[in-house]
Ligand binder design. Structure first.
Ligand code: B16
Ligand code: MG
Length: 224
């Protein structure tokens, strides 16, 4: 087996917990629209791009809006989210992120970001880790997850075959995208939910990179 050469990270839920900021912004919009919206429903929006998230909220509230209204509410949500992003600092990195990025670098591997967020470059900058990645895929140029496009764009930019890439994701749609891209999928979260992942850790801090890199070998040792 060739060693993995490129580690591709999702942002929200893997590098930082920006989900609660998305939640607060969507909650303001949902309240304005008279739609009940709670943390439980917000879970379904993990990894879902902006307009897709708004459409899911509208469907949840059985509300129909014109395309112009959809665009306006999405823009307003983004303005609220950007207000929150302005307060992000390196302290908002999830535990273990700096250590894993350092470990990856020390192994001669590269790192990239495949996030559904159009704000990813700005968020990475606020978190102080923008220079750790050779590439940040642009969701405006890709089909949204679960399509593999964002992950394939990273592999392409690094000139690395998908078989030598590993993807880290907290969302079911993201794990599907990684598998569709032909890469090894590392789930961050609950293994009962991230069933398609090759291996799951409860958090980034719990990731054992050694185990991840050996995983294909371990699988090969089994007859199933
Ligand atoms: P934006 P990820 C996703 O980030 C979030 O999980 C999702 O809640 C959000 O709607 C999406 O980014 C789009 O974000 O509105 O900033 O473009 O998990 O793919 O890093
Ligand atoms: Mg995520």
């Amino acid at each position: 087996m060739s060693p993995a050469a490129l580690a591709i990270f999702d942002l929200d839920g893997v590098l930082a917990d920006t989900a609660h900021l998305h939640f607060r912004a969507w909650k303001t919009i949902a309240d304005e629209l008279g739609i009940y919206f709670d943390e439980a429903f917000n879970q379904q929006l993990k990894g879902v791009e902006r307009i897709g998230s708004l459409r899911a909220i509208l469907a949840h509230g059985e509300l129909e809006l014109t395309e112009l209204e959809v665009a306006a509410f999405a823009e307003r949500k983004n303005a609220l989210y950007l207000d929150a992003v302005a307060h992000l600092t390196p302290n908002d990195l999830l535990p273990g992120v700096l250590a894993i990025l350092e470990n990856i670098k020390n192994r001669g591997m590269q790192a990239a970001v495949a996030s559904a967020s159009r704000n990813a470059p700005l968020v990475l900058d606020r978190l102080g880790i923008a220079d750790r990645f050779i590439f940040v895929a642009d969701p405006a140029l890709s089909r949204p997850k679960p399509a593999p496009d964002l992950f394939l764009a990273c592999a392409d930019a690094a000139n690395t075959p998908p078989s030598q890439c590993i993807g880290f994701e907290d969302a079911v749609v993201g794990i599907t995208a990684i598998k569709e891209a032909g890469m090894r999928a590392i789930g961050i979260g609950d293994r009962k939910i991230l069933k398609e992942a090759d291996i799951v850790f409860s958090s980034v801090a719990a990731v054992n990179l050694e185990e991840v890199l050996k995983y294909r070998k371990i699988l090969d040792g089994f007859s199933t």
